[in-house]
Design a protein around this ligand. Sequence first.
Ligand code: RP5
Length: 200
Amino acid sequence: METNGTPTFIQQMEDHGVLVSPEGIGNAAHGLPKVLVTMGSDSDLPLMMKAVDTLRYEFGIPCLVQINSVHRDLRTMMRHIENLPPSVQVIIACAGGAAHLPGNIADLRADLPVIGVPRDLGALKGIDALLSMVQMPEGAPVAVMAIGDAGAVNAAIHAAKELAIADPAIRERLQLYAEKRKAKVRQQNQTLENKLESYS
Ligand code: RP5
């Protein structure tokens, strides 16, 4: 409830979303949030946990998680996004269907990069979300990732790369992450002979 356009105490408490860090969630979390991970519905949460977990476990980046629906409660979304804590430097926004959430946020926050994650949903399987995010008219860019799981993980990596410009610790974790991927290919080559034999 809003009285005369002034947010109530409960609204103010909810306005910043839930803090998630490597240490935990909510009161158990530590640090200042660097990224907002937002989505149109809590039905997007299983997908976006891949972004949240990549941010906190791979890169040690605390984030805020918040639901913002532009077709159910546009005004609250605007209040949330206009009043983010100043420590937030990147926004990741997920939606399915006609996915106007990231584009609207890109207009509201001309000062912050917005990364869009299209959710694989409904009759068009995420193609609708992908196209509505990627075809932003000139002036309010959204950096759009792949549809689904890969997009959610890549959004977190992309956010980490943006933060790494000013944070050498995150740059180092990005290098470690890349090393783990290289090690996976090495390991696949080491077991390749056995795998080939299983085909003969
Ligand atoms: C979008 O509508 C959400 O981002 C979600 O992907 C989709 C469906 O939402 P629910 O009907 O599951 O709440 O706003």
